[in-house]
Design a binder for this molecule. Sequence first.
Ligand code: AQP
Length: 351
Amino acid sequence: KPLVFSGVQPTGNLHLGNYLGAIRKFVALQENNDCIYCVVDLHAITNQLVHEDMPNQIRSIAAAFIASGIDPKKHIVFNQSAVPQHAELAWIFNCVARIGWMERMTQFKDKTGGKNAEQASLGLLAYPSLMAADILVYRATHVPVGDDQKQHLELARDIAMKFNVDFEQHIARTSYGIDITVGEQPVHAYFPMVEPLIGGPAPRVMSLRDGTKKMSKSDASDLSRVNLMDDAETISKKIRKAKTDPDALPSETDGLKGRAEAENLVGIYAALSDKTKQQVLDEFGGQQFSVFKPALVDLAVNVLSPITQEMRQLMDDTSHIDAILRDGGERARARAEVTMKEVREIIGFLQ
Ligand code: AQP
C-alpha cells in the first residue's frame, strides 16, 4: 500500500482551509493507503517560540483528526516532538540542503515580510528541511496538502535527490536502496520521490473578505475564515457577510474566471459536498448569492457541526486523546528508527 504522510501545526484554531486543503483529504486517503498523520509541534515554534497552551493546542489538532473520521488504530496519529528521529533527520537534511534553496521559499518571504529576514529564527528558514524529514523519515511517497505547500514539497524532492546522489556509492554498498525513476531515468536511491496530493475543487481556500488572499489562521479579521470550532450562528454570519460581486452565479466554470470571491465560495461548496464546481453550477447557475449563501451555510453547518461537537467532547476529557498520541508516538518511533539506523549507516556514523 502507498504510504501517506501529512502534518498540521498546532498554532491556533483550525479553519475551513485546513479542513478542505488537508484534513478532509486525510480521511478519504485512509481507505487504500497506510497513513501517518502528525501534529507538527516542532514546526509550531519556528515562527513563535512561546505558546500559551501548547499541550491543548496539540490535543485539539489530534481531536480534529479523530472527530473528522481518522482511525488512529488502523493508521498513526501522533505529535512530532514525540519522535526525535524527525529532528535528527532534519539536521542531516540541513547539511544536504543549501541556504539559497531555503531563502527562495515564498512562505519564508511572506512570514518575514520580505525584509526582516535577519531577525527571523534559524528554524523558520530551515522549516522545509524539517518538513522533508517528517515525510522521508518514513520514506513516505504521498503527501496530501493545500496548494500553499507545493513549493515545500518540491524542495523535499530536491533534498531527497541530492542525498541520493551525494551518497550514491554508499547506498550501493548496502541492501537498503530502492529503484526509482526520476523523469525517465532509472535511479538506485535511498529516499523515494514524494508526490504532492493537492487536487480537488478547493486546493487553496481564500479569505472570505478578500478573494486574493488565502484563508489563514494569522489573518487579523476573524470574519475572513470559518473556524472548525465556530457555532452555527457564527458560520452563518461569516458566510452571509462574505465578500461577493453583485452578479448571479454563472452556469459554466469558465464564467467564474476573474470572479475570485464567487469562485472561492463555489469551490468551498463543491469540496464540502464532494462535487465538482460544474456540478454546483448545474444546480445554482443563474441564482443570486442571496440564494446560494444560505445553501452554503446549511451545508457547512451540516458538515462541520458533528465534527465540532466531537472535538468538544474529546477536549472535555483529554485522556482518550493523550492515549491515542502516546500509542501513535510509540508506533511512529519504531518505524522512524528503522530509517534512521539505515541513514546513519549510509552516512558512516558509528552506532
Ligand atoms: N487556505 C488554505 N487552503 C487550503 N489548504 C490550506 N492549508 C492551510 N491553509 C489553507 C493547509 O492546511 C494544512 C495545515 O497547515 P499548517 O498547519 O501548515 O497551517 P498553515 O498553513 O500555517 O495555516 P495558516 O492558516 O495558513 O497559518 P498561517 O496564518 O500561520 O500561515 C497544510 O496542508 C496546508 O496546506
